[in-house]
Design a protein around this ligand. Structure first.
Ligand SMILES: [Zn+2]
Length: 356
């Protein structure tokens, strides 16, 4: 829907002649100020100009493979204190070897620098917006809108595939999981499903209920999906920690996905029997006070089971939140602080059958 019909025809012809639809192979590939010749790696910045508020420079790396192939975007740090996902992409910047890659990798290791620097979870403190809710962005909004606009133009529009990385934020104890958002377009959904299975996280949310308006796509992966580019979301890490296992899941999952996309030599490792989740249920606090959890990330709960309790500041129990449905605790509030309306936990409801 984003490409005009004649361009689609050209793409088909290119596909027929050349199995990988390549973008500008044999030439330098530039994103922002990072420009890499084939077989090289370069770093630079996406320069978000000042507007109604301050500008920012978002770091970007381009790893331009020696051989032709597709363009894959790896984006993380929209929530700047989801550290494991940020460190994983930093590692990939260092470790990816352009002489071994077919195609081009665009890596954005930290979208939300102010959040990272100031240790503020969930939002960009410059404009108090989540940096994964305002896509495709706009040129004349606040900093989050302008950054999202630039990422849509410079990263999404120039990629063939996209992976968006998240994890448990400072106050979230999260077990790893991925999102797969089917679009109804068979060939695109087949590729995105192959990507999510190759990534290998063992719990996968089937995310069907998403915005369909290309001008109000909200989420980064959905912005790519609506533009015809297979995209997935992956999450690992929790509550301010950078654990080796979490980082390894994200790094190894990325390499396996690159193998599935034929961008790296070798066989991908597909997860054989993931737990498919068909719905996420939010548990919201209806009181303010001190949170005591009775469950951990990854715990399976029955409907009605007590998840924990909230006391006032004198220790008197005021609320005992219960599971609204049976499912797995995808994340649970990791800290004692809790106010009315906060998210206590997200439960994933197991799908009755795997998607076909
Ligand atoms: Zn996030």
């Amino acid at each position: 829907m984003f490409r005009s019909f004649p361009v689609s025809l050209v793409s088909l012809v290119t596909l027929a002649l050349w199995p990988n639809f390549a973008s500008a192979q044999g030439q330098p590939f530039a994103v922002g100020t990072a420009s890499a010749a084939p077989g090289q790696k370069a770093t630079g910045y996406l320069e978000v100009p000042a507007g109604v508020d301050g500008g920012t420079n978002i770091p970007v790396a381009v790893v331009n493979g020696a051989k032709p192939g597709p363009v894959l975007a790896l984006v993380t740090g929209a929530h700047g204190t989801e550290y494991a996902s940020i460190i994983a992409v930093e590692r990939l910047i260092l470790e990816l070897d352009p002489t071994k890659i077919s195609g081009t990798i665009i890596l954005i290791p930290l979208v939300n620098i102010a959040s990272f620097e100031q240790k503020i979870p969930h939002i960009n403190p410059v404009d108090n917006k989540s940096m994964n809710r305002f896509y495709p962005g706009k040129a004349d909004g606040t900093q989050t809108d302008r950054a999202s606009f630039l990422i849509t133009k410079q990263v999404v529009d120039r990629s063939d595939y996209l992976i968006d990385y998240h994890g448990g934020d400072l106050d979230e104890s999260l077990r790893p999981y991925a999102y797969w958002g089917p679009t109804g377009k068979e060939s695109q959904d087949r590729i995105s499903k192959e990507m999510v299975l190759a990534f290998g996280l063992d719990h996968i949310i089937i995310w069907r209920d998403r915005p369909t308006d290309i001008a109000a796509s909200r989420y980064l992966d959905n912005t790519a999906s609506l533009r015809g580019k297979p995209a997935i979301v992956v999450e690992a890490g929790h509550a301010g920690t950078v654990e080796t296992d979490d980082v390894a899941l994200l790094v190894n999952g990325t390499l396996s996905t690159m193998r599935a996309l034929k961008m790296l030599p070798g066989e991908p490792h597909y997860i054989e029997n993931p737990v498919w989740l068909e719905k996420i249920v939010d548990v919201i606090s209806d009181g303010s006070g001190i949170w005591y959890s009775l469950v951990k990330r990854g715990t399976y709960v029955q409907e009605g089971m007590k998840l924990g309790y909230v006391t006032d500041y004198f220790g008197k129990v005021i609320v005992e939140p219960r599971a609204p449905a049976a499912g797995v605790v995808l994340h649970v509030n990791a800290v004692p602080s809790l106010k009315k309306g906060d998210n206590i936990a997200n439960l994933g409801v197991v799908a009755s059958k795997a998607p076909r």
